[in-house]
Design a binder for this molecule. Sequence first.
Ligand code: GTR
Length: 432
Amino acid sequence: MALRTPATTSQSRWNRSTAIAAWLLVASVSVAGADDEKFNYDEARAPAYTLPDPLKMQDGRPVIAAAAWRDERRGELLRLFETHVYGQRPPTSQALRAQVLETASAVHDKATRKRIQLSFSDSSETYPGFTITLFVPRGTKGPVPAFIGMHLFDSKAAEPVPGQHLAELESENLPGDRLMEVILERGYAIATLDANEFCPDDKQKFRDGVLSHLYPGRKGPPAAEEPGAIATWAWALSRTLDYLSEDSDVDARRVAVIGHSRMGKTALWAGAEDPRFALVISNNSGCGGAALSRRDFGETVARITRVFPHWFCGNFSKYAHHEDQLPIDQHELVALIAPRPVYIASAQDDGWADPRGAFLSALGADPVYRLLGEKGLQTADFPAVGITIGQTIGYHIRVGKHALTDYDWMKYLDFADRWLRRSDSKTSAPGN
Ligand code: GTR
C-alpha cells in the first residue's frame, strides 16, 4: 500500500474510514488471510514464548556492567537488527548540501516556516535527497528543541494540516494548524518530511528515490541484509538531524524523533541507530516496531513481510512462523535507545498493533535502563487505559483507534518537557 498524499483532510478521513471498515472486516475475528494466515486477538490463545535476554551476549557471557553494555552488547544488538530485521545502514559518506528554498511566516504568524532542500554528493555524482519543512516558533530566544518525523504535518501547506497518518484524527481532535500552534506555543520546532519524495512506500517503486543512487543497478525486494524502506527513512531522519545541527534556530542536542505506525517503526530504528536523537516516540508502531515479534497477537512477521516486503531486509521474512528463531526481539530495539528517554504508546482498539506486546517490549528493555542508572518503566503491571507510566521509558494505552491523536501529543509534550528542557541531554556522538 502506498502512502497517500494528504490531499484534503476530509478526503483523507473518507479514505481512512473506508480503510478502517475494510480492515475491521478482516481483523475483528480470527480469520484465514490470503495465504491461510490466522490472526489471534485472544489473550488466552497467545502461546508462551521465551524472550532473548538483552543482558546476555550471543556467546552466553552475562552483561553485568554498564561499560560492557556500551562497549560490546549494544554494538552486537545493532548488528543483529541490521542483519535480521531492517538491513544495514545506507552509507553516510556523502557530502550534504542544504539550500533554503523559502522562509515565510506561517501558522497564523506563530511560526517561521522554512523549506530546505537537501542534496547529496559522492565521488561520482550529485543527486537530490528530499525537502525538510521546518516550523520554528516565533519570538523565542536562542535555539529551541524540536520534534522531527515523517508525515507529521502536510509539508507543503502554508497552514499545515495533519499528514497521512494524522489524517486519522477523530472529530474531537484539533485541526492541524491548531495542534501545530499548541506545539509551537510549548516552545518546540517541528520538522517534517515526505517519505515518498525519496523512498516511495511502494514495493515496486521504493528504489526509485535515493536508493537508486545509494545502490545503483539493484532491483527487486531488498536482499538478505540490504536496507528496506524503514532503514532508508530512518537514514533520512539522521540526515535531517545533520542539517539541524547546522541550523542555529534548533538545538540539535534536544531533538525528539517521533512517528506513527510504520513511521513509529522508523522512529524507533532511527533512535536506536543514531544516539544523537535525545528522545524517541513510537505511536502505535506494532509489528516490526515496539510490539514483540514472538508474541502471537495481531499482525505477524509472516503477514507484514508478505504485504510490505520492501520495508525490511530480505532476512526478516525467513522468520515468518519461526519468530522463536530470531536472535533478537523488539524489546532489544527499545533497549538500544537506553539510556535516552523513549515513549511508547498504544490504543485500546488497535489489537492489530498488539498494545500489550508493546508494553512488554518496554518492560523487556527495562533491565538495560536500570543497568545504565535510569529509572526506566518503574512497574511491571500493564496500566489501565488512560494512565501514563514510567520515568525514562514512558507508556500509555488510550481509548480509541489506531491514530496519533491530540491526547497522544499532549502526553508526548509533557514527556518532552521532562527531558528536553534539561541541559544534560543523554545524547552522544554517532557510533557510541
Ligand atoms: C498496516 C500495517 C501496520 C502499520 C500500518 C500503518 O497496514 O500492517 O504494520 O504499519 O499499516 O503504517 O498505517
